[in-house]
Design a protein around this ligand. Structure first.
Ligand SMILES: Cc1ncc(COP(=O)(O)O)c(C=O)c1O
Length: 450
């Protein structure tokens, strides 16, 4: 069985290589100057990434003139599609009058108003240049507010690349300890002391989470979590678990931080609005920058006041040469203004239909698969164990995952390497049906090689 599947995967890789010769040459050159030819882990793929030439709307073209229907949309960030006309106009207008100032612009106020008005947990916010900086600053703010040092996060939770959140992000099955805590370091030389400072919890496990949070309550500044787990095929956490984490953090005086860097696209106020749960702080990124680098963190006034240089409570400095840069502010403002409630509804409904069509394919073919996701987010997982946490997710069949990913690219469909993706406001049944038909073709090939 696995030999047939390996052969099928090899065929898919050979087909990809034959279509992407120019990319292969560019990659050989890039490798001389950047490790693996890449400056971003998620831009790299095996055997090598195709190189982008241009993109418009839902289509991305590569340098070999292959076209892809883009469900990756730069890691879910381009919610209006590529090169959205009003966004591009706003960027061009701003470019003509300056790309960075050391003085504030009104664009910062416009975008922060648009976001805080629609996000229940954000009384005020600060902009950063990336989601990584947003989660880092939110943790610092929680520490400064509680005067406590430790943080809690979940096994399999990704919150960017700084050290404190880089514990138990994606450990291999062979690296896992019997329990989630103590966690697993990400790289050799990472300070072992982090394992004391970062308490690692299992998703959807109320009993263990309660025990660990209670045990460390006097040292825990915050719990940082996604309500919808991006790295697990956009798995929404059980509502009872979400309610429980809200209640217990309140009870134990632990700041609850929602990382909504991806899930903010689910409703005007993000997943917190959808689930009707208000965290103490929220981090954002991706869609709010109109396709330019961005992040934001915000929360209750009493916490955010620590960043206010004119307040007697001021105790946390937050600098950053390009924070709130005018290009991002103008582009982000256009996106947030264009994201009306009917656009969210349409994307979410299309997502529901897509997930149900994908489910039907695998049910008909009797291939053990779970379609995860919510709203405009989806994930296709070859797994016969119910996915509820990191340990069940990593039982996903690796080779089937790769066959579907590579086969989809050859069919002109771009998803994330784990076969997850996102819709955008331009998506219609035409695009989702193309994804469904391509998936059906590849699933049928898989079936005949099982
Ligand atoms: C949930 C989550 N948190 C944090 C980040 C980090 O954001 P950035 O890549 O902008 O640093 C990401 C990025 O993929 C993310 O998905």
């Amino acid at each position: 069985m696995s030999e047939n599947l390996q052969n099928l995967l090899n065929q898919k890789i050979e087909e990809y290589k034959s279509k992407t010769q120019i990319s292969q040459n560019l990659q050989s050159d890039a490798k001389k100057y950047m490790p693996g030819g890449s400056t971003r882990t998620t831009q790299w793929m095996d055997p090598y990434p195709f190189y982008a030439k241009n993109a418009k709307g839902q289509i991305m073209n590569d340098v070999d003139d292959n076209s892809y229907l883009d469900f990756m949309i730069n890691a879910t960030s381009l919610i209006l599609g590529h090169a959205s006309p009003n966004v591009i106009d706003a960027i061009k207008t701003q470019t003509d009058i300056g790309t960075a100032y050391s003085a504030p612009t009104d664009g910062q106020t416009k975008l922060s108003k648009l976001i805080t008005d629609r996000t229940p947990s954000m009384d005020t916010l600060r902009f950063t240049n990336s989601g990584t900086e947003a989660t880092m600053m939110s943790i610092m703010a929680a520490r400064a507010y509680t005067k406590k040092q430790k943080i809690a996060k979940f096994e399999g939770g990704y919150h960017g690349t700084h050290d404190h959140v880089s514990i138990s992000v994606g450990p291999k099955a062979s690296e896992l300890n019997e329990t989630t805590n103590p966690g697993v370091l990400q790289y050799p030389g990472q300070p072992e002391s982090l394992l004391d400072d970062v308490i690692v919890l299992p998703y959807n496990d109320i009993e263990t989470t309660k025990k660990l949070l209670t045990e460390h309550r006097n040292e825990l500044a915050c719990l940082i979590m996604e309500p919808v787990i991006s790295g697990l095929g956009y798995l929404p956490l059980d509502i009872e678990f979400l309610e429980f984490t809200r209640e217990i953090t309140k009870e134990l005086n632990i700041v609850l931080i929602y990382d909504e860097i991806q899930s903010y696209r689910l409703a005007p106020g993000g997943a917190q609005e959808l689930f009707n749960i208000t965290p103490d702080m929220t981090t954002l990124g991706k869609i709010i920058g109109g396709g330019l680098p961005v992040g934001a963190f915000g929360g209750k006034e009493e916490i955010m006041d620590l960043l206010n240089p004119s307040s007697s409570n001021y105790n946390l400095s937050h600098a950053g040469t390009f924070n709130g840069n005018p290009l991002t502010m103008e582009a982000g403002t256009v996106v947030m203004e264009e994201l009306t409630i009917d656009k969210y509804d349409a994307m979410n409904e299309l997502g529901n239909n897509l997930r149900s069509k994908l489910n039907s394919i695998f049910n008909e073919l009797e291939i053990d698969t779970q379609i995860t996701g919510i709203g405009s987010l989806f994930g296709i997982n070859f797994n016969d164990t119910k996915i509820s946490d990191y340990r069940s997710f990593i039982k996903n069949n690796n080779i089937l995952t790769k066959i579907l990913f590579m086969g989809s690219i050859n069919n002109g469909i771009l998803m994330q390497t784990k076969n997850a993706g996102a819709l955008n406001t331009l998506s219609t049944n035409t695009e989702t049906n193309k994804l469904v038909e391509s998936t059906r073709m590849i699933a049928t090939e898989i079936k005949s090689n099982l």
